[in-house]
Design a protein. Structure first.
Length: 107
């Protein structure tokens, strides 16, 4: 069954992600997004490279995020690693964190 989250749901989950991320962001984190596919929340992390400490923080994040929920909340946590140029996500996906990056060769 597909249910579109309300604006209040989006805002609450955005705050929950931000609270669960407190103290975990390192310079290796490039972007964190929140999306919903009609059945579950999708929280995506883009990191520059694989790092043991960041992987441990991401494991902790899942537990922190789940503890902030009112009950069972379907979610998919996605992690990708890239040094390629990032594109801004299309709506309704929310970019909750994006590090400042210098793009060389652009005017």
């Amino acid at each position: 069954m597909s249910i579109a989250p309300s604006l209040d749901d989006w805002n609450r989950q955005s705050v929950n992600v931000m609270q669960a991320m407190l103290g975990m962001i390192s310079p290796n984190f490039r972007m964190v997004t929140l999306d919903h596919d009609g059945a579950k929340w999708i929280i995506s992390f883009v990191l520059e490279s694989v790092n043991t400490e960041d992987c441990e923080e991401l494991d902790d994040f899942e537990a922190e995020w789940e503890a902030l929920q009112d009950g069972p909340t379907p979610c998919d946590f996605q992690i990708s690693y890239t040094t390629e140029r990032l594109v801004w996500p299309d709506a309704p996906t929310r970019a909750l964190y994006r590090r400042r990056e210098v793009v060389l060769g652009q005017d």
